[in-house]
Design a protein around this ligand. Structure first.
Ligand SMILES: *Cc1c(COP(=O)(O)O)cnc(C)c1O
Length: 469
């Protein structure tokens, strides 16, 4: 749309908008750069014919007021953090897109302290000489997993790359076809093998592999017998896999180590939560894996970190590897991780302190009670065109753990009247705080399992504001 000369005359100047009293008020609470940026943007949009221009003198004051209000809203949005709080009402406990595990209070406290003061990160306070950052969690990891030694890197993907590079570069790695996994987008075993400079030796079929397949594939150029936990999928039906324990005699006879990429890194028995068993780290070590790798921010419930635990001679090799420096874990993660591991070591029931485990352990009863109260309060405040009821549903563990089974839950289901549920969902997602929930069967579905009780009021307010009047 091209503007007439007349239109141009009516475009307010950036300076005039900035000088207006409401803009000056806005500047008291909003950074100047953001106000300036959004004022310029709105004036530019008028010049390009993308923003309506009011020419009627009688409407001018009201129009300018509207403009300043709009600038205020946009400036506030521009000035808020990019990485910010989201109320997770999806019932997915470990949601990779929402930051996986929440930290325990003790982990947050220790992290804050290490962030705000100097520390002995790489300092041996006994001798005054240089120490190793890895020492802060080494003994804890050994005690909890039964491993001889352990080291940590940025995440589990890095742990796998480091191990493959250090133990198998230029050589062969044996892996069953049924364990050739992709963990969301950028982590695919074949690509990781290539990146690490080793050759993948696939054995067996998609559904079955036998010990004799491993035996036939192992020769003098074999560097590792790799097992990858099929964390985010299951092969069911006519299947067979070979455990680390069953591989042990072959490993002993040939001297080829067994590496087990566990993914979730569970330290407790998930069956206590009514979930199917995930292999724990302790079990894998006890069974005979020489090296296990796992994440800190999945079922362990700590910060993003990758753990490599296992035989001391193998860990020693990793500690000397050049790549370790590039995958180095930062001090805040280390602080949070040490505090998280201490909870496992020092308390009888870690699920009282580790948020991810606490959420998984919430009883259906307690969720139903909260859901009932929440929906009663909502029913009173909600527009009459909408309705709310409870439905049976499933919460998910997330982060690729226990993919085939959820935990029974009570969903608060809101039917949104005339307006499409997807429209309300989008408004909630863009709101402050942002709210993420599920949409199913034309309803908004809220699972309070992953919502902190202190967030229930904010969630109810956001819902009432987003629902059609
Ligand atoms: C999650 C997972 C990874 C990747 O771990 P990150 O911590 O996301 O880097 C690797 N292997 C398996 C089996 C996994 O489940």
């Amino acid at each position: 749309m091209s503007l007439s000369k007349e239109d141009y005359r009516h475009i307010p100047s950036v300076n005039a908008l900035l000088a207006a009293a409401p803009t000056q008020e806005l500047l008291a609470t909003c950074p100047r750069w953001a106000v300036l940026q959004e004022t310029r943007a709105i004036v530019q949009a008028m010049r390009e014919g993308l923003e309506p221009i009011v020419v009627d003198a009688a409407q001018k004051d009201a129009w300018h007021e509207r403009l300043v209000r709009e600038i205020g809203e946009r400036a506030r949005r521009a000035a808020t953090y990019s990485l910010r709080r989201v109320v997770n009402a999806t019932g997915v406990v470990l949601h990779t897109n929402m930051g996986r595990a929440l930290l325990a209070p003790a982990a947050i406290e220790h992290m804050t302290q290490v962030a705000s003061e100097y520390s002995n990160l790489e300092l041996d306070l006994e001798t005054g000489e240089r120490g190793s950052r890895y020492d802060h969690v080494r003994e804890l990891l050994c005690e909890l997993t039964g491993a001889e030694d352990a080291i940590v890197v940025n995440n589990n993907a890095a742990a796998v790359v480091l191990c493959l590079s250090a133990f198998a570069k230029g050589r062969e790695v044996v892996l069953a076809r049924g364990e050739l996994v992709e963990i969301g987008g950028s982590f695919r075993i074949p690509e990781i093998m290539e990146l690490s400079g080793c050759t993948l030796k696939e054995i067996g079929t998609t559904n079955r592999v036998h010990l004799r397949d491993y035996e036939a594939a192992t020769h003098e150029d074999t560097a590792l017998l790799l097992k990858v936990h099929t964390s985010n999928y299951r092969v069911i039906g006519f299947t067979k896999s070979v455990s680390a324990g069953e591989l042990r005699p072959l490993a002993d006879a040939t001297g080829v180590p067994i590496m087990h990429d566990l993914g979730a890194g569970c330290l407790v028995d998930l069956r206590e939560f009514g979930l199917p068993a995930e292999p724990t780290v302790q079990e894998s070590i006890a069974e005979g894996a020489d090296i296990v790798t796992f994440s800190g921010d999945k079922l362990l419930g700590g910060p993003q970190i990758g753990v490599i635990a296992g035989r001391a001679d193998l860990i020693a090799k990793l500690a000397k590897h050049q790549l370790l420096r590039t995958l180095r874990v930062d001090k805040l993660c280390l602080a949070a991780f040490e505090a998280t591991l201490r909870i496992y070591r020092d308390t009888k029931d870690p699920s009282l302190q580790i948020p991810a485990l606490r959420m998984l352990g919430l009883s259906l009863d307690s969720i139903e009670k909260r859901a009932t109260n929440f929906s009663n309060a909502l029913a009173k405040a909600m527009p009459v065109s909408c309705s709310v009821q409870l439905r049976d549903g499933q919460s998910q563990v997330g982060a690729g753990a226990a993919p085939e089974s959820g935990l029974p839950t009570k969903l608060v289901a809101i039917s949104t009247g005339e307006i499409q549920a997807a429209t309300v969902e989008a408004a909630l997602r863009r709101g402050q705080p942002a709210v993420m929930l599920r949409v199913g069967g034309g309803e908004l579905l809220i699972d309070l399992r992953t919502v902190a009780e202190r967030d229930e009021t904010a969630l109810a307010e956001a819902l009432c504001a987003a629902l059609p009047r």
